[in-house]
Unconditional design. Sequence first.
Length: 95
Amino acid sequence: MQSIEDVRGKLPPEVEQRLDKAVETFKQNHKDPTNVLLHVVGYWAIARGLRRFLGRKRFRALVFIGVGIAVLLAGHNIEGTEAFTVVKSLANGSK
């Protein structure tokens, strides 16, 4: 995977602006080490749930995905930041 600096100048300016804003928003909302650790655990649980879903173990998949999302939200609750602000910043563009 390339870094943002590697693709700079190769993307339309509005896409670069959205990516810059998303990276900055991510950095602002993920300063607490506990939040970062909970994100690692949460993303692991979600990935495991998706893998289970493909293996047709639907109930276990939903449990893993639900726990993963709950852990992600708990991390933001500990940090005191709103979840999904990175996604919202991408949707809003450079406004």
